[in-house]
Design a protein around this ligand. Sequence first.
Ligand SMILES: [Zn+2]
Ligand SMILES: [Zn+2]
Ligand SMILES: [Zn+2]
Length: 110
Amino acid sequence: MSVLVHLCRVCGHQSAWHEGGNGGYTPCWCCRAGTADPDPAPTLLPTTSSPHGIPEELWQPGTQRNAGTMHASRTCACAACREAAEGMAAGTTRREHPLAAPRLVGLSGR
Ligand SMILES: [Zn+2]
Ligand SMILES: [Zn+2]
Ligand SMILES: [Zn+2]
């Protein structure tokens, strides 16, 4: 699943990497210091499903990820992220599925 993240303007890593406990996983001095300078505009981290390379759906802002594991986290739900998610939903990812239309033909006689 693709996610929207805020990147640190100092080191370019996700602001979440600067939070407590995650610093041990990276050699980055900025992340280890625990003080991010997050860019207010979210960045899309696209993921693709293997093996077909199809772009995956976007986690909606505020979604709980990996609940119940040590990697549990919640996607950012700030105004900028919501706006970006809505823009994507209204744009390229939106498509009318023919099966979504109500089918009334043929119901009355059976
Ligand atoms: Zn940083
Ligand atoms: Zn960093
Ligand atoms: Zn955000």
